[in-house]
Design a protein around this ligand. Structure first.
Ligand SMILES: Nc1ncnc2c1ncn2[C@@H]1O[C@H](COP(=O)(O)OS(=O)(=O)O)[C@@H](OP(=O)(O)O)[C@H]1O
Ligand SMILES: [Mg+2]
Ligand SMILES: [Mg+2]
Ligand SMILES: [Mg+2]
Length: 358
């Protein structure tokens, strides 16, 4: 079968692999150049550098496409020390395979050009045309802790997710490794056991393969969600931060469903990847405030990967995630991801506990 999005998928996978080389380098450096954003959340030189490398690869291959990315360069324009730390990283990060690196286009010419590249992620998003969405480091807090984080990239066409790629440097390569909160914490880069690249193309299924530092690993496997025969043995995952997902509501929902295990708290879209390959079963993200709008870069790749692996992803009202309304999921509230066969059952209990009338 020839893929409808073969080139987009290949470039996206290589761009994510290259960005993950940069984030891993930052993790091993003492100074991560962490600054606090207006919403008090952290951003590091790794987030900015990874975003620059991914946008540069996309613009070299698909110059007409728009990009919605999490970070912006404003702070770097006035902080020359931070800017030069990022530039040192960006100009020295390459895939260790010349043919693969060439596919991603030439190097960014200068530090100033790098700032403009970062700011090319400022599209408003919307319902027409081709729009890429990037979370250069999802789960920045997890990244700083040595826990889970993900480099996330997805292509939307007319608001629909067509391609999704998640690079998870600290998840086990082994699709059947059991899910636990401390899995991959401070994972070693060099033992070959950690680092996985999840991918999906609409209507073509989802895969996992080892995350490499060069050409794509040929060791690609189809992944699928695990059927839940018995809810009491099911595992569900949620955010680490109580401010990102209501953990007392999720405990009530789990109890009503008959789930006996504690939730696995894990940062980032590694949650979507983990349930898509059957290492976990259900992902609950329950709103903590009426005003917070989820960001499209926090969900687009994971939404497609889970659906292509046989899952269903909706919000707490049972609506599909709508990526066509701008930079945020303004028409949605929370996320419920589960195998298609049990999604209705999970949603019914979510709505009962949250007091949502179906
Ligand atoms: N209030 C609130 N509610 C929900 N979500 C929020 C909120 N504030 C921030 N964010 C976004 O959460 C992203 C990280 O989500 P996680 O599921 O990884 O959270 S956690 O780190 O496990 O707690 C995180 O992504 P990154 O900034 O890329 O790490 C934010 O975009
Ligand atoms: Mg952030
Ligand atoms: Mg994020
Ligand atoms: Mg981020």
């Amino acid at each position: 079968m020839t893929s409808n999005y073969a080139k987009e998928l290949e470039i996206a996978q290589l761009a994510v692999q290259r960005a993950a080389i940069l984030t891993k380098r930052v993790f091993h450096e003492k100074a991560k150049g962490t600054v606090s954003k207006d919403d008090k959340s952290p951003v590091t030189i790794g987030d900015f550098g990874a975003q620059a490398l991914i946008i540069s690869a996309l613009k070299a291959n698909f110059p007409q496409d728009e990009v919605v990315a999490e970070e912006e360069a404003a702070e770097l324009r006035t902080n020359s020390d931070l800017q030069s730390q990022i530039w040192e990283l960006v100009k020295s990060t390459q895939l260790n395979d010349t043919a693969a690196e060439t596919l991603l286009g030439g190097a960014i010419p200068s530090s100033e050009a790098m700032l403009d590249v970062i700011d090319q992620g400022n599209s408003k998003g919307g319902k027409t045309g081709r729009i890429w969405t990037i979370d250069p480091i999802d789960g920045t807090k997890g990244f700083l802790r040595g826990g889970q984080y993900a480099v996330c990239l997805a292509l939307l066409q007319d608001g629909d997710v067509k391609v999704g790629v998640l690079g998870c440097p600290n998840l086990p390569v082994d699709d059947s490794a059991p899910l636990s909160a401390d899995i991959g914490t401070n994972a070693k880069d060099d033992d070959g056991k950690f680092g996985v690249l999840f991918s999906a193309v609409q209507a073509e299924g989802a895969t996992s393969r080892p995350l490499t530092t060069g050409a794509l690993s040929r060791d690609s496997k189809k992944i699928s969600m695990k059927p839940i025969a018995d809810m009491s043995a099911a595992s569900f995952c949620e955010s680490v931060e109580a401010g990102h997902s209501n953990q007392s509501d999720s405990a009530k929902i789990a109890e009503k469903l008959g789930i006996t295990k504690h939730s696995v708290r894990m940062d980032s879209q590694a949650k979507y990847g983990s349930i898509a390959r059957g290492a976990g079963d259900i992902y609950l993200r329950l709103p903590t405030s009426k005003t917070y709008q989820e960001k499209i870069w926090d969900h687009a790749a994971g939404d497609l990967i889970v659906r292509e692996a046989g899952g269903q992803v909706t919000d707490t009202l049972g609506r599909r995630l709508d990526f066509s309304v701008g930079r945020t999921l303004a028409s949605n509230s929370g996320v419920i991801a589960a195998p298609a066969a049990v999604h209705g059952q999970v949603l019914a209990v979510v709505q009962e506990v949250l007091g949502i009338k179906a």
